[in-house]
Design a protein around this ligand. Sequence first.
Ligand code: ATP
Ligand code: MG
Length: 463
Amino acid sequence: MDTIATAFFDHSEARRINTNAVISRALREQHPTSALVTVSIPNCNLLDYATGTGKASFWPLEQGKSDLLLTEYTPPPHRTEDGSIQDTALFAKYGYRWDGCDFLLYLLEGRDGSASYPQLRFAYLLTPQREKAEALVYAAGRWTSELHDEVWVFDSGYWQKSAQLFASIRSASWDDVILDAKMKQDLIDDHMSFFHSKEQYRKFKVPWKRGVIYYGPPGNGKTISIKAMMHALYSLKDPIPSLYVRSLSSAAGPEYAIKQIFERARQTAPCYLIFEDLDSLVSDRVRSYFLNEVDGLKANDGIFMVGSTNHLDQLDPGIAKRPSRFDRKYLFSDPNKEERIAYCHFWQRKLRDNKDVAFPDILCDAIAGITDKFSFAFIQEAFVAALLAIARHRREDRVPCNDESYVSVGDSGSQREAFVEDLADDWVDVSAVVDLDKYILWREIKKQIKSLRKEFDPDASPP
Ligand SMILES: Nc1ncnc2c1ncn2[C@@H]1O[C@H](COP(=O)(O)OP(=O)(O)OP(=O)(O)O)[C@@H](O)[C@H]1O
Ligand SMILES: [Mg+2]
């Protein structure tokens, strides 16, 4: 060995611990005629590639004799579901077959130093054919870097794939988001036209990047709109992936986190890059670093950024007031009466099959009439709490199983309701014309609305 190599290995094996160096040397001694290819597992996961694609197979060798496995319980995403047991190889030896070629595969953890971060895990492939091993690393590495029914989530300092978030956005739909019709259409067009307009941006000689801010008081649809957008973008013929930033905290500091975030976004573009709670993510400490990455000495082509915030006023003007970083702002305000009625109709559709709770149209108008200044989330809470109370009364048999008064309204009742609904269209106070108290939903929701109003508006007089 030449003296430089000797110096390096003396250093690596003695004064500095380097598991990789020790293992590589041992493998070369034991398999002198094989080529050795070493990869980092998070970058190229050979076992997941085999299980995920079925294009390769593997089997344990000498199991039980020298394996060192860490068996961990992974809790379920929700308490009511089942958790699972997972083995992580701290040391394991496998036979591996891919594309007609057999490999010897060692997996091990190289936690060098006291608290190595992120954790180091290596795979060592041995085969007489080096090109074959490199081709396998290329295929498995590529597969590892792609998403498979997952979303990239940045949390605790690194990007992770989240199948759970992907599942949750699958059920998100623009149909369930109640917004002013024009704003909703503008919002959807804004996103969609960006991803279809690469050529236009090129013609105008402006960088193909865009940013929008969703702002407004809590509980008015910023997050569900982001999720509905993620779903719509995934459903395109050429799906647009989403990158979701949860926090900038990282052992290596938030500046390093921001660098990682934009590196991945550039690599994944065209993509949808999401910063929830922008004001708390981008602190004074990292603001200029963040802006440098957004302005992009490196090209940010194809990146559509969305940031959400409750406090537009607390955002740095460099973020909030400078187009070409975040170009447009969309206000998600508390719903007006028309939107509240639409939201009540949304609940009416949800409860369509519930035979126990009568929910005629006039209740939509009436509930909308007493929820002035309520956010959608507060109206939702009023519905949920009222329905739970009704279910409890039913269980305790305190009310008959049908809303009797509603059932007995009969023909003349229907005419009267039609009349009242006409009035409601004209914004007349329907409760003055019809005895809404015969509806259990109205009686319960009124109580909930009254107590919820006290929570956010203690000085308000009852409606
Ligand atoms: N515009 C809306 N249309 C339909 N439902 C809504 C709407 N806004 C809020 N909701 C209901 O309220 C819940 C909370 O909404 P969401 O998480 O989108 O609020 P947000 O604006 O992101 O609030 P925050 O600022 O606190 O993050 C949603 O899960 C949904 O059930
Ligand atoms: Mg939110």
